[in-house]
Ligand binder design. Structure first.
Ligand SMILES: Nc1ncnc2c1ncn2[C@@H]1O[C@H](COP(=O)(O)OP(=O)(O)O)[C@@H](O)[C@H]1O
Ligand SMILES: [Mg+2]
Length: 260
């Protein structure tokens, strides 16, 4: 389901990102933004980025194409910057990469950016479903490119996976943090978006997405669980989360009512 590219050249770091992402060239001559498995955030951030990103795409949101990027241990050998050299060395193997959108800018309500209601509602629903706290006015993680919206940076979503003992409780959470969502003012049809989302999501869809996560990533997570057990755990979370949809839709709708 995902393409795999070979990283052939480290082009330039994206200094604004906390996880040291960089623009990298692939063997298909495309440019990608790579999120490195050797970065401080750890492997769970890449797993969340892939799973949540693909759910976003399933919902019809314009998440830039996600590919797996193979980094050869020798790629960073001649990098003059020691930090970059170490990062590349620690990231040998499969990493996550997004199609690079040249000339895109961050969505900014203070600059009078606005969003279509249907799309804003779906993005709010998606972030409540995946429990993504990284879509605030300060840190929108929402690119505007050719006047259209492109959600990025889903590494903080699915935060229950840092502590699986909390999964059942978190899956039922109304997700109060939605009140901080950058697109809430435009999200006029959250319940409607939820109905459309439920049409698009199915157990088979989740299974296909979870199967796209490399075993090597799931096995690199500290703990006892096997890759198969972890995939089953995520599937269980999504099943429960869909059952809780009315509760988080109501929470988001109420938060918006307080706002406008
Ligand atoms: N696909 C992309 N195309 C263009 N720029 C991007 C893309 N992905 C990320 N960026 C830029 O890189 C920055 C950091 O990426 P992000 O995924 O948000 O990483 P972090 O987890 O470090 O915040 C973004 O704020 C954005 O400016
Ligand atoms: Mg970010």
């Amino acid at each position: 389901m995902l393409r795999t590219i070979q990283a052939t050249r480290y082009v330039v770091p994206l200094r604004e990102g906390g996880s040291l992402p960089a623009i990298v060239e692939g063997d298909d001559l495309g440019l990608y933004v790579v999120k490195f498995r050797g970065a401080g955030q750890g492997i769970l951030a890449l797993i969340a980025e892939l799973i949540a990103g693909e759910i976003g795409r399933a919902l019809g949101l314009r998440v830039p194409e996600i590919v797996l990027a193979e980094i050869h241990p020798a790629l960073g050998r001649n990098e003059p910057d020691a930090e970059i050299r170490h990062l590349l060395k620690a990231s040998a193997g499969l990493n996550l990469a997004l199609d690079y959108l040249p000339g895109s800018v961050m969505f900014d309500p203070a600059a009078r950016d606005a969003a279509p209601s249907q799309e804003a509602s779906m993005l709010v629903w998606f972030d409540a479903f995946t429990q993504n706290v990284d879509r605030t006015p300060r840190n929108a993680n929402l690119l505007v490119w050719h006047k259209k919206l492109y959600p990025i940076d889903h590494g903080a979503a699915l935060f229950f996976h840092h502590d699986w003992a909390t999964m059942a409780a978190k899956s039922a959470s109304p997700f109060k943090q939605i009140e901080q969502h950058v697109l809430l003012p435009w999200a006029a049809d959250i319940a409607e978006a939820g109905a459309a989302a439920r049409e698009k999501l199915s157990e088979e869809r989740f299974e296909r997405i979870l199967n796209a996560v490399p075993d090597a990533w799931l096995e690199a997570v500290p703990g006892e669980l096997s890759a198969t057990e972890r995939r089953a755990g995520y599937a269980d979370f999504f099943r429960r989360r869909l059952e809780a949809a009315h509760s988080f839709e109501q929470e988001a709708t109420d938060a918006r009512a307080r706002l406008i």
